[in-house]
Design a protein around this ligand. Structure first.
Ligand SMILES: Nc1nc2c(ncn2[C@@H]2O[C@H](COP(=O)(O)OP(=O)(O)OP(=O)(O)O)[C@@H](O)[C@H]2O)c(=O)[nH]1
Ligand SMILES: C=C(OP(=O)(O)O)C(=O)O
Length: 223
């Protein structure tokens, strides 16, 4: 059991190489679209997500799965565990493939672990809202939809039960069809993933974490 009475959960956080990821965010809020500046913004979103995830009661391990060595090293500094999604010669399986790599590792360490997948673009995430989602799920395979109701920000599985991730366009209805329980708690910070400039403004109004706040306050000089 986690400290709040929910089931202790190991989380996988997938991270696409920051230069390639979050393409729709380039130039958001007047922030430079330059490749280095954009990568710094994507990394800041992930840093704030991880800071909140590692602080959430009920979360036991947080494992970042990605392929960008520099980004993984920076996130390890924050206290997250990191793994290369192609490290063992795994084929390129995109987002769901990366999640399966993480799930395999976590279940090898503890076959009875409750495992979840949390998106890396939740810069306003509050630890208490993540903990409340784990508590509502209470060991069931369950998910939180994004604020639009179409995507998925968190997918959870019960102890020893496959995660069976089906992230991608319209994943909320696909996860529902696959039997995952849609969680009903409001948890705006957990539903506030950032894909577009409008999403970033929404997250800013909720209250961004320190990394994204500091970055947007600093003039990034385009190369
Ligand atoms: N490890 C890994 N993570 C991925 C991959 N594709 C997407 N992600 C991550 O999955 C989460 C959700 O992905 P999207 O919101 O579609 O992000 P994106 O592909 O960076 O964004 P767009 O360029 O706007 O489509 C984010 O945390 C991404 O970093 C992948 O191939 N490997
Ligand atoms: C991949 C997904 O993320 P997004 O909708 O944020 O691109 C998803 O919600 O399944």
């Amino acid at each position: 059991m986690g400290k709040d009475g929910g089931v202790a959960t190991d989380l996988i956080v997938p991270l696409k190489p920051p230069r390639a990821g979050k393409s729709r965010l380039r130039g958001a809020l007047g922030y430079p679209a330059d490749a280095e500046c954009h990568a710094a913004l994507v990394l800041a979103l992930a840093s704030d997500t991880l800071r909140a995830a590692t602080a959430a009661p009920g979360v036991r391990r947080v494992l970042v799965v990605g392929s960008d060595t520099e980004a993984l090293a920076a996130l390890r500094e924050l206290g997250a565990e990191v793994v290369d999604e192609h490290g063992n010669g795994e084929e390129r399986g995109g987002l769901n493939g990366a999640l399966r790599v993480g799930e395999r590792l976590l279940r090898a360490a503890d076959p009875l672990a409750a495992v979840g997948a949390l998106q890396a673009d939740l810069p306003a995430l509050r630890p208490g809202e993540l903990a409340a989602a784990l508590a509502e799920a209470d060991g069931r395979r369950a998910f939180t939809a994004d604020r639009h109701g179409t995507g998925t920000t968190l997918l959870l599985s019960g102890a020893g039960q496959p995660l069976a991730p089906r992230f991608g366009e319209g994943s909320a209805s696909v996860h529902t069809a696959s039997g995952a329980v849609p969680l009903t708690l409001p948890a705006p910070s957990l539903r506030g993933d950032v894909d577009t400039p409008e999403d970033l403004e929404h997250a800013r109004l909720l209250g961004l974490g320190p990394s994204t706040t500091a970055l947007l306050d600093t003039a990034c000089v385009p190369h």
